[in-house]
Structure formats: structure tokens, C-alpha cells
Write a new protein. Structure first.
Lengths: 290, 430
């Protein structure tokens, strides 16, 4: 029983983080159809931004968090403006844009290594503590991470569904040609979703950095799981993507109830396979698009 | 253990400093001709004898290094390169051959770039010997090494697959296998009430320590039992699932072969989950582990390994550390130390070959030179008066090096708490 409760607690924490990443990737992919693998670079830049602000400049950890979010948004927008937009303007295929993104992901990690070196960068200072709920343990930082992730997803959900700009995003996502025809500035919407999606990834990166460390390839695995989460939950809505990310993270941990840790990932991909084959639209259908 | 060979007389710190200073002066004055003279004195003389033509002076030797230079293992590759470079500088200053390092990046252990890259080093860079790291990225080269006759020093991530392989010499303790028995014996002695041992292994390397050695040795040394056995994939950063299972197993101690950054993540998460039982690990080579683990690493964590200590007063090590720090402004680590030793062994073998009247090059000529004496100085072990010793097994090409159990402190600082022997439960004083 204790093991079950511990796995549920860890699963919720992990699931919330992956839900945030899936939602961030979804916002960009569903709106612009850009398979933005360079999201991993954005993620890593955010981690290093926290290091620069909170360690190298000696400013507070919360300024580091702000720097992570802002720098991630800036990098995401810059990649869209410098790389994707010109490619879209020239009618580049989805595959071409994907390959360009892959190139940025590889080159970006190498550039970060050149700038900061191959050693990891630690950002200490968060007053972490272990919280005991009977025999179940979580840390204060894990609780904060899960709360911030859930709150961010909820706020973005509200933004998309309750604001004019959110409606414009939905319009571009569902029918960009029609959206353009009715006067919605599609390219500005594109920049906006890159900014918001990247900022969400930046928040996740900040929490990973203060939990552990920043390093050049730190974004690869989280973004990959975020991508899987999107397709697991469904690309039709942010709720689907977030659910997919959560299920992914939760399953990875919860599989420990009956599988060794190294086999947990097999269970996740088995579930993904079943979903893709028998429910290709993902776990959550959402005709409303939200 | 101390040396008994030519370097046995030891060297005082003063002499080391003088030697280093002489080297620096020589370098600054650009006295390149010194290296070509006969009977050249130099900083490595106390352990390898005088330099000069018979030691390889004037000979340019291309030595390949197959390392992780990019990706998550890039810090290993950087440290290894620095260790080897430090050795080449000292060898040249001591009247030995000019060893030119030719690098190949296997991108963190990937086989295709390892094989393709080393082929390039052989055909285009004309390397005459090779230093290599990682498991699969080195194992995949064995056929090529045997075919070309490329004397190879496996000095990082070496495993038992290299035992007895033609022209492959393992210059480090076998990962997990050599120190496991001694580490378990120490754990049982230090924590006599610990009976239930949790085993946590990592795929790829050292699995025999988890599957064979620990289940056999632990009941013998503690009278206890194995509480659980788990394996994790390389690159794991989230150990939530494993920790939940670990807590459920009610273990009294942990023996783990997790290595690399994963170890830092593991230790940190275990401690944050309120699990305070002793952890015996077998690797702390990755310099970033203490950063990742933070203060958790100083909480009841031990290491059974050929642990490298920059502060070891052994004069051979002192020379290495001083030279390394002068060049890179940071102390060397385990990986740098291993490649430093291996490169010096290469130079010694070249010298032996020349003195034997043969022409050093590819083929078995360098491997044959091991027969003249399987022992070499080591930066591990030893004392303030003499270098440690590493002794090769001429049949299986493994090495016996000074091993110890260390208590891990903040920042990964190691305090030796016991001396252990390869595959033995015998414990010696620190």
C-alpha cells in the first residue's frame, strides 16, 4: 500500500511536468504545424539563463525564474522569425521545416557547450525540504513544480478559450486560410504561440535546473516526452495534450508497481502504440478545439 | 602499495618542483634541441629513466584518442584529452618521443562514429597506437585493432569484454568487478546491523557485479540477504519508480553500479525521499555528479574504486597535478589521471622497443614490450616517498591497481577509509 501511494505521489509530480511540456509543444505544433524539435534548445537556454542570472550575476532565484521564462520566449520567437517564417514564406514542406528544426536542436546544444563548456551548471539556493505524509515522501520543490505546471496549463487554457486573442489562435489552428481571410494576423499569432509555448517550456526548464543542473542537452528527453504526450493525448486540444503528457509521466512512474524501472518505458510505448493504432485521434477527442 | 622498480627511490616534493620548474624554463626558452640530446634529464626521469634518443627523442608518434568529445559525455572526453596532453608535454620535456594526439569523437559512446572515426585515424592520420573510452564504442573496434595491429589502451569505461583481446590493454580497474567484493566487505564491517542489501545496477557495464558477485559475497560477509535487485537504463534522470520500490523492499543498505550523471540524480532523489541508508557505489568518475547530487552526496555515501585523489602526495601524482593545474587552472580528475598514466606507459613502451633494437610502430611490437616488465608507476596509491604501482596481467591484459574504499564528502571530496584488493574481502587500513 505504501508503495502504491508513493508511486501515485511521484506519478502526479512527474505527470504534471510532462503535461506542461506536452501543452507547450502542442500550442506551437497545433497552431503553426511546425514540428519544433528545437524546443529542446529553448529549454536548455532557459536553464542556462537561470544559471547566468542567479549564479553568475548573483541575483535572486526568482529573477532567475523570470529570466528563464523570458529568455525561452525570446529564443522561441527568434527561431520562428529567423528560420521558420522565411521557410513558410517560401512554401517549405513540413518535412523541410522539421529537418531545419532538427539542425537547430543539434547546433544549439553544441553552441551551448561551446559557450558554457561541457560541465553541468548548478543553481543552488532553493530552500528545499522533504515533506512526509506518513510513509510517503515528496519534496517542497516537487510540490511547487507540480503546482506551477498545473496552474500554467490552466491559465493558458483560459487564455485560449476566454480571450479574443485565444480565439484568434484557435482560428489559426483550425483553419489558417480562413483566419487570414477574416483579417487575423496569422504571422503575429505564430510569433505569439512560439512565445507562449516556449515560455511554458522555460518554466519547466527552470524547475529542472534548480532541482538538478543545466547542461547543453537537457532539453532533448523532456521535449521528446512532451511530443509523445501530445500524440498520446491528442492534437485536437490543449486538454488532450496535457492529459497525454500527464498520463505519460504518471505511467512511467506508476509502472514501478509491477515492473522494474528500466522496463517502465516499454509500458509507455506499448500504451502509445495501442492508442495510435486503435484511437489515432488520441485519448481525448475535442471537436471544440480547446 | 609502493613501487619496486626503477622509480622506487621516490622523489621529494622539492625535487618534483625543481623538475617541473626546469621543464617550464626549458619550454619558455624554446630549447627544443634538448629533447634530441642523449641522456636527457627531465621531470619523468625518476620513474621512467633518462630521456634521449634511446627513449624516443626525435621520434614523432601519432596516438589516436577515441573519446566522447560532444554530447552528455563531453566532459569525460575533455578530461581525458587534458590528461593525455599533460603526459605528452612531460614526455617531450623528459627527452621522450613527440606524441601527437589525434582525436576522434564517438559522441558519447556511439558505435558508428567510433568505428568510422578510428578508421579515419588509421588511414588518414596514420596513428600508430590508440587510447579509447566507453564500452560499446571501444568493443566495436576490437576486430579493427587486431587486424591493423594497433596497440590500444582502454582507459575509460573498460569492461571484461576486453580481457585477452589482441593488442588491447586495459589500464584501469575493471568497472564494478574489481572493487565490488572489497566494497561489500567494507559495507558489512562498517554497518554490522545491515542485513538486507538492495542491488541497483545499470544496463551495459558491470552487470556481473550485481548478478553474480554481490549475491555471492554479501551473505558471506554479512550473514544477510539480497532484499531487491533492480536495473535502470543509462541516462535515467528520474528514479521515482525505483525509489518507491526501494522503500517497499525495506533495505538496510544499497550497493549500486550506477555511474555517470545518473548517479548524481539517483543519490539526490534517494535522499530527498527520506532514504538515509548507506550507499556503496563503484564509480564517482564523472566530475558533475557532486554538482547534481548536491549535499546528498555527503550523506552516508561510499565508493569502492580505484579512486583518484589529486591530493595524494605520491610524487608521480604530485608532478601530474602540478603540471595539470599549471596548464588548465583546475585539478585533474579520475579520467585525466587514467589517460595520463596510459600515455606515459605508451612512451615507456616506445622506449623499451627502441632499446631492444626494434622499430616501434604498428603490429605487436609495442605489446611485446610489455614482456620486459608488467609494472609501471601509478598516480594511485603509493606514498609521499614513492609512486604507486600498476601491474598488468600479461595473459588477459588486465591491470591490478591500488583500490580503496572512500567516504564521499561535499563536492565529491574523497576520504579513504580502507584499502581493498581486487576480488578480495580482505580489508586493510586507510
Amino acid at each position: 500500500m505504501n508503495q502504491l501511494l508513493q508511486l501515485i505521489a511521484f506519478g502526479i509530480v512527474q505527470g504534471a511536468t510532462y503535461a506542461l511540456l506536452a501543452a507547450s509543444f502542442w500550442l506551437i505544433y497545433a497552431t503553426t504545424r511546425t514540428f519544433h524539435l528545437a524546443h529542446s534548445v529553448t529549454y536548455a537556454v532557459a536553464g542556462y539563463a537561470a544559471f547566468v542570472i542567479s549564479v553568475q550575476l548573483g541575483l535572486s532565484l526568482w529573477l532567475g525564474a523570470f529570466a528563464s521564462v523570458i529568455s525561452a520566449a525570446a529564443v522561441g520567437c527568434a527561431i520562428d522569425a529567423i528560420l521558420y517564417r522565411p521557410m513558410r514564406a517560401r512554401g517549405a514542406s513540413v518535412l523541410s521545416i522539421f529537418l531545419a528544426s532538427l539542425g537547430v536542436a543539434a547546433a544549439g546544444a553544441a553552441a551551448l557547450q561551446l559557450i558554457f563548456g561541457p560541465l553541468v551548471k548548478q543553481v543552488p539556493g532553493f530552500p528545499n525540504a522533504t515533506l512526509y505524509l506518513g510513509s510517503v515522501t515528496v519534496t517542497r520543490l516537487q510540490v511547487l513544480t507540480a503546482f506551477c505546471a498545473a496552474a500554467t496549463i490552466f491559465l493558458v487554457f483560459l487564455f485560449i478559450t476566454r480571450t479574443r486573442t485565444g480565439n484568434a489562435i484557435t482560428a489559426v489552428r483550425t483553419n489558417p486560410t480562413m483566419a487570414m481571410a477574416v483579417g487575423i494576423p496569422v504571422e503575429r499569432i505564430s510569433v505569439l504561440v512560439f512565445g507562449i509555448g516556449s515560455a511554458m517550456a522555460g518554466l519547466a526548464a527552470f524547475f529542472e535546473t534548480i532541482s538538478f543542473v543545466a547542461y547543453p542537452t537537457m532539453g532533448l528527453q523532456p521535449v521528446m516526452f512532451g511530443v509523445i504526450g501530445v500524440f498520446l493525448g491528442g492534437i485536437g486540444s490543449i486538454r488532450g495534450a496535457a492529459l497525454g503528457g500527464f498520463v505519460l509521466g504518471f505511467l512511467l512512474v506508476f509502472s514501478g508497481l509491477f515492473l522494474s524501472q528500466n522496463l517502465g518505458v516499454i509500458l509507455v510505448f506499448a500504451v502509445l502504440l495501442v492508442v495510435v493504432v486503435f484511437r489515432p485521434e488520441g485519448l481525448l477527442r475535442s471537436p471544440s478545439g480547446a | 602499495m609502493t613501487t619496486k622498480g626503477k622509480w622506487q627511490d621516490g622523489l621529494s616534493r622539492r625535487a618534483v618542483m625543481l623538475g617541473t620548474g626546469a621543464m617550464a624554463v626549458s619550454a619558455s626558452l624554446g630549447v627544443s634541441g634538448v629533447a634530441r640530446a642523449q641522456d636527457v634529464s627531465g621531470p619523468l626521469e625518476p620513474w621512467f629513466g633518462k630521456g634521449g634518443k634511446s627513449a624516443g627523442a626525435g621520434l614523432t608518434w601519432n596516438h589516436g584518442l577515441n573519446l566522447a568529445l560532444t554530447g552528455t559525455g563531453a566532459s569525460f572526453g575533455q578530461a581525458m584529452t587534458r590528461g593525455a596532453t599533460t603526459a605528452t608535454d612531460l614526455i617531450r620535456a623528459s627527452g621522450g618521443p613527440t606524441i601527437v594526439l589525434k582525436l576522434n569523437d564517438h559522441q558519447g559512446g556511439l558505435v558508428p562514429p567510433a568505428v568510422t572515426g578510428v578508421r579515419r585515424l588509421i588511414s588518414q592520420e596514420r596513428i600508430q597506437s590508440l587510447g579509447s573510452s566507453y564500452g560499446p564504442a571501444t568493443e566495436a573496434l576490437f576486430p579493427l585493432i587486431a587486424n591493423v595491429g594497433l596497440t590500444t589502451f582502454w582507459s575509460g569505461g573498460a569492461g571484461p569484454t576486453g580481457l585477452g583481446k589482441t593488442d588491447v590493454w586495459i589500464t584501469m580497474a575493471l568497472f564494478a568487478l574489481d572493487p565490488a567484493t572489497g566494497g561489500l566487505a567494507y559495507l558489512a564491517k562498517r554497518f554490522p546491523s545491515a542485513k538486507r542489501l538492495a542491488l541497483i545496477g545499470q544496463q551495459e557495464n558491470g552487470t556481473a557485479a550485481i548478478n553474480e558477485i554481490a549475491p555471492r559475497v554479501w551473505p558471506q560477509v554479512s550473514g544477510g540477504q539480497i532484499a531487491s535487485t533492480e536495473f535502470v537504463n543509462i541516462g535515467t534522470t528520474d528514479f521515482s519508480s525505483l525509489i518507491a520500490r526501494l522503500k517497499s523492499a525495506k533495505a538496510d543498505a544499497i550497493f549500486t553500479t550506477i555511474y555517470g550523471n545518473d548517479q548524481g540524480y539517483f543519490i539526490k532523489q534517494v535522499r530527498e525521499a527520506g532514504v538515509d541508508i548507506p550507499i556503496m557505489s563503484i564509480d564517482l568518475g564523472t566530475p558533475t555528479v557532486p554538482d547534481i547530487a548536491g549535499s546528498a552526496i555527503a550523506n552516508n555515501c561510499f565508493l569502492a574504486v580505484d579512486g583518484y585523489q589529486p591530493q595524494n602526495p605520491n610524487p608521480y601524482n604530485a608532478l601530474f597535478v602540478e603540471t595539470f593545474k599549471a596548464k588548465y587552472k583546475t585539478p585533474p580528475d579520475y579520467f585525466a589521471a587514467n589517460f595520463f598514466e596510459a600515455t606515459n606507459i605508451l612512451a615507456a613502451l616506445i622506449g623499451r622497443t627502441i632499446k631492444a633494437g626494434k622499430t616501434p610502430g604498428r603490429g605487436s611490437v609495442l605489446s611485446d614490450a610489455f614482456q620486459a616488465g608488467p609494472s609501471f608507476p601509478s598516480v594511485y596509491g603509493g606514498s609521499a616517498a614513492a609512486a604507486g604501482v600498476m601491474t598488468f596481467n600479461l595473459k588477459d591484459h588486465s591491470v591490478t591497481k591500488p583500490l580503496g574504499v572512500f567516504q564521499i564528502g561535499l563536492g565529491g571530496v574523497l576520504t579513504k577509509v580502507a584499502t581493498i584488493e581486487k576480488n578480495s574481502t580482505t580489508l586493510g587500513p586507510a
